[in-house]
Write a new protein. Structure first.
Length: 276
């Protein structure tokens, strides 16, 4: 039987899945297209063997292991995880958060509570409709493809990965491939690395295709993938991830900060080219 893989078709994850979405590995997995929160739920329930999960869910789902040195991260600004406000930050009291997001919600709470001292803000889960979210609330957390098209006129916009980096000096890791307890990937673990390698080689093809899908300039997509995003779990990213786990536990967003346990591979995780 094919491994069941839960995947998020946000633009930031497409390079990771390019090889099994459009390349030579299209028949390798049974792909389940989900939003981030569903990826975690499928792994937790056993409906998926591998999932591209929000990193915060590693602390909430027992028994998971992580594929080494592969992730969705930002060294500085991400461009696609935004806190958008109609008011100056000190006046914000009501925030709409995307109901499909979990890591980004935790990051927002850390940024507002820990870095800006905003302890009285209330959070309200809403569908990912930026206009509606801002109609109902002072501010909104907007993630993924909609964030790339946010109109910044007359709004206060904070890039949350950029805020994290500004206060900690560290990168931020949003998601990684997690493997459920008992799943045996065998040689198919290599497919995830080969798929990423192909995606990074074929960024121009991704930019052309998703420019048409999203109505975003191809050059902007190329810059976003190659400069705003990073697809490794290098030492700097691991330090940023541990700092996030520690901050989440400190604020009571998770019960602890369990160290990462990695799925055993045969060293295939080395990144191509320039370490992206």
């Amino acid at each position: 039987m094919k491994l069941k893989v839960s995947f998020i078709e946000y633009l930031n994850s497409v390079p990771l899945g390019w090889g099994f979405l459009n390349g030579p590995y299209q028949d390798t997995f049974d792909i389940l297209f989900d939003v981030p929160s569903q990826c975690a739920e499928r792994l937790s329930s056993g409906e998926a063997d591998v999932g591209l999960i929000p990193v915060i869910e590693y602390q909430r789902i027992p028994g998971l292991t992580v594929l080494p040195d592969i992730a969705i991260a930002s060294k500085r600004e991400s461009k696609s995880v935004l806190f958008v406000s109609k008011k100056p930050l000190r006046k914000v009291s009501s925030v709409a958060v995307d109901s499909s997001s979990r890591t980004s919600v935790a990051l927002l709470k850390i940024v507002l509570h820990k870095f800006y001292g905003r302890h009285s803000v209330t959070y309200h889960q809403e569908p990912p409709d930026p206009e509606r979210m801002l109609e109902l609330h002072d501010a909104a957390l907007i993630i993924g493809n909609p964030a790339l098209k946010v109109c910044r006129d007359s709004l206060h916009v904070y890039d949350l990965a950029g805020e994290w980096n500004r206060f900690t000096g560290l990168p931020f890791v949003f998601a990684f491939w997690a493997v459920r307890s008992g799943a045996d990937l065998g040689e198919q673990a290599q497919v995830f690395y080969s798929s990423r390698e192909q995606g990074l080689r074929e960024v121009d093809s991704i930019a052309t295709l998703y420019s048409r899908k999203l109505g975003v300039e191809a050059a902007e997509i190329r810059t976003y993938i190659l400069e705003n995003l990073n697809y490794s779990l290098d030492q700097a990213n691991l330090r940023g991830l541990q700092a996030f786990f520690d901050a989440a536990a400190e604020l009571g967003l998770t019960s602890n900060a369990r160290p990462l346990e990695f799925y055993p591979t045969d060293g295939h995780e080395k990144l191509p080219r320039d370490g992206r």
